[in-house]
Ligand binder design. Structure first.
Ligand SMILES: [Zn+2]
Ligand SMILES: [Zn+2]
Length: 244
């Protein structure tokens, strides 16, 4: 599987996974034209796109959904997410196969109806995706364990968030158990997962409460001796393509 984020963060999330049987889109938070342009910039064509998997119903993950539905792209999400969106689609079940990729959803702690992360398996390789989570629960660690490629949220620096311009209710929401993951917590999670993780894409960075270098430095500081590689993702352009 090869993996690439086309956009990441509160301005719009979309991620491509290329499996043995075609392309899978995870989240649809970008307009169709933008998806196409960024996919081609990353070396992919969306012509063969058949399925979109949604992690939850927040607008930064579903803003670009309508054009996909009009194009007949099959939508997969948890039953709660489908209900919250009021759309038809297929409820995710463990082991469901999309484009030759077996999908194992797991619950994430986030203030949406029924948010999920996913572990994807194909040809003996495993990819884990967990963004939009207030905390790394044991369910998340269990799901990501054994994934050589991980896409993990590194949303904010706690001090920067506390000192920043957001109103208090929003700060508390982000910091809360159903909010977003701090850089430090992302680092701790990767440290716990250990050297089985070969590469990590740090995702959903806040533009206000984080910087790319702060995210990289803070996560790296928690990873003394870890042998994998960290990569950034971007709100306005594709990330590197990772996976094998
Ligand atoms: Zn989000
Ligand atoms: Zn969200």
């Amino acid at each position: 599987m090869r993996v690439c984020t086309l956009g990441s963060g509160s301005t719009g999330n979309a991620l491509l996974v290329e499996g043995p049987g075609g392309l899978l889109l995870v989240d649809a938070g970008l307009p169709w034209r933008e998806l196409q342009a960024r996919a081609s910039r990353a070396g992919f064509s969306l012509k063969g796109l058949q399925a979109a998997l949604l992690t939850h119903e927040h607008s930064d993950h579903v803003r670009g959904l309508d054009p996909l539905l009009r194009r007949g792209v099959e939508v997969y999400a948890s039953a709660g997410t489908l209900r919250a969106l009021g759309i038809r689609g297929t409820a995710l079940a463990p082991g469901i196969e999309l484009g030759g990729i077996r999908v194992f959803p797991f619950s994430t702690s986030h203030d949406a109806a029924e948010p999920v992360g996913v572990r994807l398996e194909a040809n003996g390789s495993r990819v884990g995706i967990a963004t939009d989570l207030g905390q790394v629960t044991s369910a998340v660690l269990e799901a990501l364990d054994g994934c050589s490629t991980v896409v993990l949220e590194a949303n904010h620096d706690v001090e920067r968030l506390l000192a920043g311009p957001y109103p208090w209710p929003l700060k508390l929401r982000i910091l809360g158990p159903e909010g977003h993951l701090a850089n430090e917590d992302a680092g701790q999670a990767i440290r716990l997962l250990g050297d089985g993780v070969r590469e990590v894409l740090l995702a959903h960075l806040s533009l206000e409460n984080n910087t790319p270098s702060l995210a990289l430095e803070t996560v790296a500081a928690a990873l003394d001796g870890w042998k994998g590689r960290l990569y950034l993702t971007y709100p306005d352009r594709p990330s590197v393509v990772v996976g094998a």
